[in-house]
Design a protein around this ligand. Structure first.
Ligand code: MLT
Length: 410
């Protein structure tokens, strides 16, 4: 008899963003005349960089001729992209990587969800709280998270609260945590860690033989020099950290799908009997079995962002979203809200007024001013009383949303 993986039954029935989409759909079907502004899921609105579009057109032409046709590509990604990543994303920051430490994929979400495949199920997990739900849900699915407790936390997960009280800087664990997920610039709070703060995590991981899964999907939004772009800027990180990046928010690839994971060869974990194993080889093995590579067209489009034209176009788009973020920060502050993030990240994290619950704020914002955001508690217990808005909207719509919020009689 086939039995189900019962760990799936422990999950809430809907993924956070599907849940929100359903509520919004219900509202729009009941109120078809209302003009909704969506600042909920972090989906981009600007078109792809022209350099990527042209490269993808050329790639389509390549596929039309037998001499330049490409069938299955390397599971790890084409060398032209892996080499461009090493040269442009890491070398200028003094980070030396080999191209075979980079694994191109169909996006950071898949990689953050899949990376747990290569680590033992009994490992303990630690996450900042609030947190991108994929880290938790994927560990629930594999049985690593344990059981849901009455406070909404999972029994085998250590939570590092990040709230205004600790300036969104998570405290180190007091005991052993084997797998630590860090996302900086942070989704959802939009806050960052300095080199010094991140170094404490790297030192902890070295001292405890832990592995850090470092999600740097929002790296392109960093403005301030004290904020590291890569965890490998921190001494020792090559021994303990796997870094995951995305072309989604950098180059508008949310629908195209492309990202990559860096697994340096020094990153080691041990078997139960103490044998040391390189995670680079295990991830390679996992990808070769379960993944056939991102498409040739996609990878050509991604590589084009590293050309001079592509870089300029990406910078312009990131600048566009950052202008939104600045407009949102000032608009929300003028409306009396306390806001965080939005300087080195495309997310604005605001405190709900008078201790209002995150979901109540969501409902009122949707029903009273027709703006969609994301309830902070959807990202974890410490997100209660907070709310996330994204800067990925169009300028005009974002400005209208701010005006509606300013005039809102809350
Ligand atoms: C978000 O809104 O948190 C992100 O868009 C989700 C994602 O990147 O998967």
């Amino acid at each position: 008899m086939a039995l189900v993986n019962e760990h799936f039954l422990k999950l809430k029935s809907n993924y956070l963003f599907s849940d929100i989409a359903k509520r919004v759909e219900k509202f729009t079907s009941e109120n078809p005349d209302k003009k909704i502004i969506r600042l909920g899921i972090g989906d981009v609105t600007r078109p792809l960089p022209q350099a990527s579009i042209e490269a993808m057109h050329r790639a389509v032409d390549d596929l039309s001729r037998s001499e330049t046709f490409h069938g299955y590509g390397p599971e790890q990604g084409y060398d032209f992209l892996r080499e461009a990543i090493v040269e442009h994303d890491f070398a200028p920051r003094g980070v030396k990587l080999a191209a075979d430490e980079v694994f191109v994929s169909d996006g950071a979400k898949s990689d953050t969800g899949n990376i747990g495949d290569i680590l033992e199920r009994s490992c303990s997990v630690g996450v900042t709280d609030p947190v991108y739900p994929v880290y938790i849900d994927s560990n629930v699915m594999s049985g690593r998270a344990g059981d849901m407790l009455s406070d909404g936390k999972w029994s085998n997960v250590t939570y590092f609260p990040c709230t205004a009280e600790n300036d969104f800087c998570p405290a180190l664990p007091t005991g052993q945590v084997d797998i630590i997920y860090l996302c900086y610039p942070n989704n959802p709070t939009g806050t960052t860690l300095t080199h010094e703060q991140l170094k404490r995590w790297v030192d902890y991981a070295i001292a405890h033989n832990s592995i850090i899964i470092f999600d740097a999907a929002y790296e392109a939004f960093i403005s301030r020099s004290e904020v590291p772009h890569s965890i490998y800027e921190i001494e020792g990180a090559r021994r303990v950290a796997i870094e995951i990046r995305s072309f989604s928010k950098t180059a508008g690839f949310t629908g195209v799908r492309c990202g990559y994971t860096v697994v340096p060869k020094e990153v080691i974990a041990t078997t139960a009997d103490g044998r040391e194993v390189q995670l680079n080889g295990l991830w390679n093995r996992r990808q070769c079995t379960k993944f056939n590579g991102a498409s040739y067209i996609t990878q050509r489009g991604a590589a084009a962002i590293y050309t001079p034209e592509g870089r300029a176009q990406v910078l312009e788009t990131i600048g566009y979203y950052k202008e939104n973020a600045a407009m949102m920060r000032s608009g929300l502050e003028a409306a009396g809200f306390t806001v965080y993030g939005g300087v080195d990240a495309p997310y604005i994290w605001l405190k709900t007024p008078d201790g209002m619950g995150s979901w109540e704020f969501f409902d009122r914002l949707l029903h009273e001013v027709n703006v969609v955001g994301t309830p902070g508690v959807g990202f974890g217990p410490s997100g209660e009383g907070y709310f996330r808005l994204t800067a990925f909207g169009r300028h005009e719509a974002t400005a209208v949303a701010m005006e509606r919020i300013r005039n809102w009689k809350l």
